[in-house]
Design a protein around this ligand. Structure first.
Ligand SMILES: Cc1cc2nc3c(=O)[nH]c(=O)nc-3n(C[C@H](O)[C@H](O)[C@H](O)COP(=O)(O)OP(=O)(O)OC[C@H]3O[C@@H](n4cnc5c(N)ncnc54)[C@H](O)[C@@H]3O)c2cc1C
Length: 568
């Protein structure tokens, strides 16, 4: 069963090795287990619903609690510490497009805020319930999850948007195909969620990010229904699919999704390589990313992450053997950088790619440790997220930050982010354990993925305060250096204040106008993505009986037109 106050299935528990725990104590001090806020207390606290009855809407308090959050660290503090304050007034679990249309019509005519809910794995506050005088409906796509059609000639598959990773691959693999989109949240996140948050899978170098896999689909917006046909290519003006990608529920509900699929690969192997220093390792990554060698993934850990991975690895004996072997080959474990590199596709092409990549890696003193490390990673690729549960129980919070930046800045920015995190809580004498890896490399640059661990404070409010400072310092560093505020996790509430730095004033206004057009009454997931909270502004204006300054006089009637279209 899915854990109500943590990650994943409650029958799975990952232990931390004694050695790993000892190292963590040495690095940042002993964590204090904080008692969990009981489920019964939440259930008692869920307020009366403000929604009128509707046959598709449930008011069940546990369901409302489950749909009140995602998986960000503030969400965790909220559900484990009991500080979660706002809950949707109801949850709908539609199973057909007609039911979704019906729910949107109901929302429009009753001025209900709608938060589309995919798999609930957002890590940036996408699903936070806004403070609003309007009722809030969580429109969950969990049961809207079937394969609608598969065109093997065109290599296109159409799915209902709520389908999750394992179901997608199950449907496709049995027909000889794959989508190949594997975010670490694969087991729980949904296809619709991937599209509207611009998600990136672990093998995106081979299969493409979701932007490349998304071919088209249908979006139900308060303005009406928008169809995005899966043209193989088009020169007919700007691509409207790009507006939906990254729209985070603000435009409407993505219903059917058409994706590009490929034949199942003959080979899908991951190899482990160690480099003697970060400088050499990053140089190799940059060279490889600039070639036409077809590797499917590269995950390059810096020395701190390599040390952490080796320390947390369950089998101490094997790790000791590996360390000894590396030392014999002239690699000091303090400077070692672990690199996982994958090759996916036909036997012939993967063999050629592997030979070419390994020859470059060898030139930079890469030491190969073969497939066992890669196999271990493949086996645990979706399981390591369970460590969040274990660490929290031991009194530690863990979070990740990510950006993407051009090659010239990768190393200085990674170091600056780590420094900012190390220093953020120094005034409180809190030590932070920080480590990074590059996980998606491009010819022009790379993503930087930084993980940080710190001890839980005495109260949830203080833990949240500590997280806010850490996040602020790191995000400021990223934007000041010209990195994107998000490589794959999206914007939600946690990143929206940094959006202006990335898009500029005209960019922000353009996005506002677009979302305003689709959703003139600001019903769709307000308060997310854009720096100014349009939802609150709309509410203030309607409270004072004013029209929104940005809204044309005809907007209400246009929403009525949308309502009519949804009926047709
Ligand atoms: C442990 C862990 C690991 C992760 N690893 C990765 C990773 O490797 N790569 C990556 O890209 N992300 C990763 N994420 C982040 C997260 O999984 C992605 O952002 C994912 O795309 C969210 O999908 P979801 O279905 O869970 O969406 P939700 O969390 O339910 O919703 C996210 C946003 O999408 C909107 N939305 C969802 N479905 C629809 C729809 N059908 N129509 C309109 N709007 C909709 C919601 O309103 C919300 O704004 C990870 C998260 C966790 C917790």
């Amino acid at each position: 069963m899915q854990r109500w106050n943590g990650w994943g299935d409650d029958s799975i528990y990952l232990d931390l090795s004694v050695r790993g725990l000892r190292i963590l104590h040495d690095l940042i001090g002993e964590g204090q287990n904080r008692p969990d806020y009981p489920l019964e207390n939440f259930i008692e606290r869920i307020p009366e619903s403000r929604l009128n009855p509707h046959p598709l809407i449930s008011f069940d308090p546990k369901l409302r609690l489950d749909h009140a959050h995602g998986q960000s660290l503030p969400d965790w503090i909220g559900f484990r510490g009991g500080t979660l304050q706002r809950f949707p007034d109801g949850v709908a679990l539609p199973t057909t497009v007609e039911e979704i249309q019906d729910l949107l019509r109901f929302a429009i005519s009753n001025k209900i805020v709608v938060i589309p809910y995919g798999g609930g794995t957002s890590v940036v506050g996408h699903l936070e319930v806004p403070e609003t005088s309007r009722p809030v409906l969580s429109l969950s796509l969990e049961r809207f999850n079937r394969l609608v059609g598969l065109d093997s000639d065109s290599r296109l598959a159409t799915f209902e948007a709520g389908i999750r990773g394992p179901q997608i691959e199950h449907q496709l693999n049995s027909r000889g195909f794959t989508l190949g989109h594997y975010p670490q949240s694969f087991d729980y996140s949904s296809l619709g969620g991937w599209v509207v948050t611009r998600s990136s899978g672990q093998q995106s170098k081979h299969y493409g990010r979701i932007e490349q896999l998304f071919a088209g689909g249908d979006v139900l917006t308060p303005r009406g229904s928008l169809k995005l046909p899966p043209f193989p290519a088009s020169a007919a003006g700007p691509d409207l699919r790009q507006i939906l990608l990254g729209s985070e529920g603000r435009m409407g509900v993505l219903t059917n999704v058409v994706v590009k699929i490929v034949a199942l690969p003959e080979k899908d192997d991951v190899y482990g390589v160690f480099f003697p220093s970060w400088e050499r390792a990053v140089h190799v990554a940059q060279i490889l990313a600039g070639t036409d060698i077809c590797f499917s993934m590269m995950r390059l850990s810096n020395p701190a992450e390599t040390m952490t991975n080796l320390a947390l690895a369950g089998d101490g004996r094997q790790t000791a053997l590996l360390v000894r072997y590396l030392r014999l080959r002239g690699i000091s474990v303090k400077e070692a950088c672990m690199c996982l590199v994958g090759f996916t596709g036909s036997r012939r092409l993967t063999a050629a790619a592997r030979r070419a990549a390994f020859s470059i890696m060898r030139r930079y003193k890469g030491i190969f440790v073969g497939k066992p490390m890669g196999n271990a990673w493949k086996k645990n690729r979706f399981q390591s997220a369970y460590l969040r549960n274990t660490l929290w129980d031991l009194g530690y919070a863990v979070d990740t930050l990510e950006t993407a930046i051009t090659w010239d800045k990768v190393t200085p920015v990674m170091r600056a982010i780590e420094k900012a995190l190390h220093e953020a809580l120094k005034p409180d004498h809190q030590r932070i354990h920080v480590f990074s890896h590059l996980s998606h490399v491009y010819s022009s640059g790379s993503s930087i993925y930084t993980t940080f661990l710190f001890r839980l404070s005495e109260t949830p409010a203080k833990t949240l305060e500590a997280w806010k400072r850490l996040k602020w310092e790191a995000s400021q560093t990223i934007t000041a250096a010209g990195g994107t505020i998000s490589h794959q996790h999206g914007v939600g509430t946690d990143h929206k204040k940094y959006m202006a730095a990335e898009k500029g004033p005209i960019g922000i206004q353009t996005l506002e106008k677009i979302f305003n057009y689709f959703d003139p009454e600001h019903l769709m997931n307000p308060g997310k993505l854009l720096p100014e909270d349009r939802g609150q502004k709309a509410e203030m204006n309607s409270d004072f009986g004013m029209g929104n300054a940005e809204k044309g006089a005809g907007d209400r009637s246009q929403t009525q037109e949308g309502e009519k279209q949804l009926t047709e």
